[in-house]
Design a protein around this ligand. Structure first.
Ligand code: NAI
Length: 367
């Protein structure tokens, strides 16, 4: 049953309830002709891929979008001339110099199509009177479920079993895993994603320990135990990071904190690469302190992730060393990558732009 009819005449468009349309079509057409479909803001999108264009093209209405595959940086900032806003992603670096150039080009809004904003110099944006908005939540379940996918794959080695069976190798040698039921899982950061992750692990029958600056009462009601960081690190069989990257959390996983963990611990990072000191984790993998490592993010990911480098000589020795371990599983920042999350990102980003243009309060403002 169709409730609404979209009428398009020339460049104008309007959505009308079907019953009104039937009765008053002639009058309505004269109204439609005086409503132009003008393009409100010109927005330069950086770091875009086919999937960004697909989802944004589906939802964009009044704004003019110019898509660039390149990252925003000193070589590409001139592409913003004549635009009103820029839309960027996790690995676009908006330092003070870039923000100064954006200001000169007339940019008034930085719209992040992600939750984290550690890649933007907020002080510089403020000083240049440029607003910064973000998408605070886009399916926390997507990232939480991806963290669980990493855990299950590392534990039950389904990636290896898949390849073995395809080659006619039906042996179970070295595929031994462990029951998640009854294991202790430590969660660092129990915001939207951490909470969704706790819920899943409780469903597996795990004991869930958490460290956060603020305890979440809903989670304590379900049996999650908040403890000091050191206790969470000491008692957990699996540790999953879900806190933001900031001055307090940078390299929260380092030689000192690694030594507090159980031998053979499983560590999962779907949050931000720089939460882990990469050199230190490589050392702990070599000694066996860390028994399994699942990463969806990597400290130096901006030069590598989201690109097909299969025919290139990769210059980053740390990631090549990490890839070489049999007990390390790396995905290329795909935690967010579900239909639900891409829809939410497109809708919220465009709502942020609409609100800015209309001079309305920016509920997703960072600055
Ligand atoms: P959130 O803001 O809802 O939750 C963050 C939690 O971390 C809060 O409860 C906060 O109190 C806590 N926290 C802050 N500082 C802390 C500290 N020093 N120690 C312990 N806890 C601390 O954020 P949300 O939506 O849960 O996202 C978490 C992170 O996940 C984001 O900051 C982002 O870096 C990452 N992310 C990764 C994605 C991916 O595709 N892999 C996609 C989306 C987010």
């Amino acid at each position: 049953m169709i409730d609404m009819i979209l009428m398009i005449v020339g460049q104008g468009s309007i959505i009308l309830p079907k019953k009104e349309y039937n009765a008053t079509a002639v009058k309505i057409i004269s109204i439609i002709l005086v409503i132009p479909n003008h393009k409100s803001m010109k927005i330069a999108f950086f770091s875009t891929k086919s999937y960004d264009r697909e989802f944004f093209n589906h939802y964009v209405s009044t704004h003019e979008i110019i898509y660039f595959e390149a990252r925003l940086g000193s070589q590409t900032v001139n592409l913003t001339a004549g635009c009103d806003a820029v839309c960027v992603f996790v690995n676009d670096r908006l330092n003070a110099a870039i923000i100064g150039e954006l200001k000169k080009n007339g940019i008034k809004l930085i719209a992040l199509r992600c939750a984290g904003f550690n890649n933007v110099d907020l002080e510089a944006a403020k000083a240049n009177n440029i607003k910064v908005v973000r998408v605070p939540a886009y399916s926390p379940h997507a990232v939480a479920e991806h963290a669980v996918a990493l855990i299950l794959t590392l534990n039950r080695k389904t990636h290896k079993a898949y390849n073995r069976v395809r080659e006619g190798n039906f042996s179970l040698e070295r595929l031994t895993g462990f029951d998640l039921y009854g294991r202790t899982v430590g969660v660092i950061g129990t915001g939207k994603i951490g909470q969704a992750f706790c819920d899943i692990m409780l469903g597996f029958g795990c004991r869930v320990l958490a460290f956060d600056l603020l305890a979440n009462r809903e989670l304590t009601g379900k049996g999650v135990e908040y403890l000091p960081l050191i206790d969470v690190l000491q008692q957990s069989d699996i540790i999953s990071l879900h806190c933001p990257l900031n001055e307090q959390t940078k390299h929260i996983i380092n030689n000192q904190t690694l030594q507090m963990m159980k031998d053979g611990v499983m560590l999962i990072n779907t949050s931000r690469g720089a939460l882990i000191n990469t050199a230190d984790i490589i050392g702990s993998l070599k000694t066996g302190k860390v028994g399994y490592l699942g990463l969806d993010v990597y400290e130096q990911e901006e030069k590598i992730f989201f690109k097909d480098l299969s025919e290139n000589v990769i210059q980053d020795d740390m990631i090549m060393r990490l890839i070489s371990f049999p007990n390390v599983l790396i995905t290329s920042h795909q935690g967010f990558f579900t239909e639900e999350a891409l829809t939410q990102i497109a809708q919220t980003t465009l709502e942020n732009a609409d609100a800015f243009e209309a001079g309305l309060p920016l509920k997703n403002a960072v600055v």
